[in-house]
Design a binder for this molecule. Structure first.
Ligand SMILES: C[S@@+](CC[C@H](N)C(=O)[O-])C[C@H]1O[C@@H](n2cnc3c(N)ncnc32)[C@H](O)[C@@H]1O
Length: 319
């Protein structure tokens, strides 16, 4: 399958199971708050995470919504302490749902970050084409990623994350540059609307006609992991080589892989030992050139209309 990409063989640094600023990789099994309290001030260039949403997933216990937000506030205050003054904090969330009522988590998290002095740079919409089909409301097809910085003087490298322009052949039609190409040869700004492949994670299948295969990155033990590609875009644009990247709710280590793939240093925390072990294994596989990953920037598959699954079933025709 053309979509599968294997990592390339590289020498693997030691994986430390405690934080050690001399080691490139730490995978820590602990409660996020407890572990963060042991980490240094002004240290991380990027803190990126998808926290538990308090919706009763296998790895969390649903509690009263206000208590959940209070607990999160305490963790976030620690994260802000550890963030470098030119650093970025990205918080990826969906909805908390109670009795069928929807509470978009970013609305509740925004005031928490704002009260801790952070400044919002983008509210990125992560759109996906598939998912659960709601019966009493419109089906949810996006989540958001709030990107905050600690100061006005923050790292932002646009060139490594530019995407192909739709009309690269456009030219200036007046002025000094008349007749010259008007775009950027490296492509355009990817915007705050990211169309990445959550569907493959929700359904664990590729949306390719007559082929059902597991997503190359999908870990069956984890119910909701990041696509590595989502984190890579943040790593490349918000940090420089050798910078430190932290995910305090690291799950199976997608943020760690995204950081290492791009020569950054990383700390991944999760209180579940099995997830930490999977993180270690994925890192080992990555350095051994065995980790399957969806390549950064690969276009989302669009059906041509000729596939069997894109055609109206024969029973529905002429109705
Ligand atoms: C939404 S998942 C994050 C998945 C991750 N982005 C990935 O790609 O694998 C949230 C993670 O938080 C972990 N978790 C929940 N409560 C925690 C806590 N108090 N401290 C540390 N980890 C926690 C869960 O085990 C789960 O893996």
């Amino acid at each position: 399958m053309e979509q599968l990409a294997l990592s390339t063989d590289k020498e693997r640094p030691e994986i430390s199971r405690q934080f050690n600023s001399k080691k490139k990789i730490s995978v820590i099994q602990d409660d996020a708050l407890k572990a963060c309290k042991k980490l240094p001030d002004d240290f991380f260039s990027l803190i990126i995470s998808s926290p538990p949403y308090n919706i009763g997933k296998t790895y969390e216990k649903k509690i009263n919504f206000e208590s959940y937000l209070d607990d999160q506030r305490t963790v976030i205050a620690e994260l802000v302490r550890m963030l470098r003054s030119d650093g970025s904090l990205c918080w990826q969330v969906g909805n908390y749902i109670d009795n069928g009522e929807v509470y978009p988590l970013d609305i509740y998290f925004y005031p928490v970050f704002k009260s801790l002095g952070l400044q919002l740079r983008n509210r990125i919409v992560w759109h996906f084409g598939h998912g659960l089909h709601a019966k009493k409301r419109f089906s949810g097809r996006y989540e958001t990623l709030l990107w905050f910085t600690k100061s006005d003087n923050y790292i932002f490298n646009l060139d490594p994350v530019r995407v192909p322009s739709k009309y690269p052949g456009k030219r200036h039609y007046k002025g000094d540059k008349k007749g010259m190409p008007s775009g950027n040869p490296l492509g355009k700004n990817p915007s705050d609307f990211w169309d990445l492949l959550q569907a493959e994670f929700d359904e664990c299948v590729w949306d390719i006609p007559n082929v059902k295969a597991n997503h190359p990155e999908k870990i069956s033990e984890h119910p909701c992991q990041f696509p590595i590609e989502l984190v890579e875009r943040c790593v490349l644009s918000m940090t420089n080589e050798d910078d430190w990247v932290l995910d305090p709710y690291g799950g199976v280590g997608s943020a760690a892989i995204a950081a290492l793939k791009n020569n950054r240093r990383t700390v991944s925390i999760d209180r579940d030992e099995e997830f930490c072990e999977i993180t270690q294994k994925r890192i080992i596989d990555f350095y051994a050139g065995r980790l399957k990953m969806r390549p950064l920037g690969k276009p989302v598959h669009k059906p041509s209309g000729h596939e069997k699954v894109s055609q109206v079933p024969i029973e529905w025709r002429n109705k």
